[in-house]
Design a binder for this molecule. Structure first.
Ligand SMILES: [Zn+2]
Length: 268
């Protein structure tokens, strides 16, 4: 730990501006993982912003589809979904879909956004979650789900941005001139994690979550009933909340919640 009282030492900002910055690899990841929690917090008067790391250009089964047209269509769908949910801002970083790497460029881009929004909570992919696979003896007809490399890369980029770069006065010093001060993130919520410890009751906003997903027409087609599908999934998560934590919810989102900074309680 460096000397915080050294002459010229810069104080790290701990006061958040936004409640949450939700960072997903592709347009629609944040919708599945945290649209309910986002809409709920917005309803409570809090500020929420979303980030999409990649350009989404591998999100089609048509090899001849035009990259730029697909990117713009998916960004429009994501913006429309954010409008449904009430999310106040959405940022598109446009790294190439399917090829996201934890590089200097991707990390710096995320550091900039975290310092810009100063979120109390960052919601993102769990980079340690690689393989979701049921026991083949218990469930012989079920197949495994391999977590997308862009999802894992996003989780790693975000973690490496949060520590140490976002809060370090000597990291990315050129950002200070843009008013982007070192900042301390309070908590991380990982979605689609195998180690959930936190359940958010999204029953009041479950229809918004479904309607947001419905905006992603390039992904699910114009006929898909995303409201019905997402209700089944979130009801299943609520069942888990009951089993694991004894919580009564109709619809839930699950997270692995990690605390990084607890503000000191004010003196009485
Ligand atoms: Zn994805």
């Amino acid at each position: 730990m460096a000397d915080r009282k050294a002459p010229g030492a810069l104080e790290v900002v701990t006061e958040p501006d936004f409640e949450a910055l939700v960072i997903g690899a592709h347009p629609d990841d944040n919708d599945f993982g945290a649209a309910g929690t986002s809409a709920l917090w917005v309803k409570q008067g809090k500020k929420v912003a979303w980030v999409v790391m990649t350009d989404g250009t591998e999100g089609s089964e048509v090899p001849s589809a035009d990259d730029r047209e697909l990117m713009l269509a998916r960004e429009q769908e994501q913006s429309a979904a954010c409008e449904v949910l009430g999310v106040q801002a959405v940022e598109f970083l446009r790294f190439p879909d399917g090829h996201l790497r934890n590089t200097e460029a991707s990390r710096k881009a995320v550091v900039k956004l975290i310092r810009k929004y100063r979120p109390r909570v960052i919601i993102t992919h769990d980079p340690t979650q690689h393989i979701f696979a049921p026991d083949p003896d218990e469930k012989p007809d079920e197949t495994a789900y391999l977590n997308h490399p862009d999802h894992r890369a996003t989780g790693n980029i975000v973690l490496d941005a949060i520590f140490p770069a976002v809060g370090k006065p000597r990291s990315y010093r050129e950002l200070l001139a843009e008013g982007l001060q070192p900042y301390r993130v309070h908590e991380i919520y990982f979605y689609m994690s195998g180690q959930d410890n936190t359940y958010i009751d999204i029953s009041d906003v479950i229809d918004l979550k479904g309607r947001g997903l419905q905006c992603h027409v390039t992904q699910f087609g114009p006929e898909a009933d995303m409201v019905k599908g997402i209700k089944e999934w979130s009801a299943q998560t609520a069942k888990e909340a009951k089993e694991k934590k004894g919580l009564e919810m109709e619809h839930a989102e699950a997270f692995r919640r990690v605390k990084l900074y607890v503000p000191k309680k004010e003196e009485e």
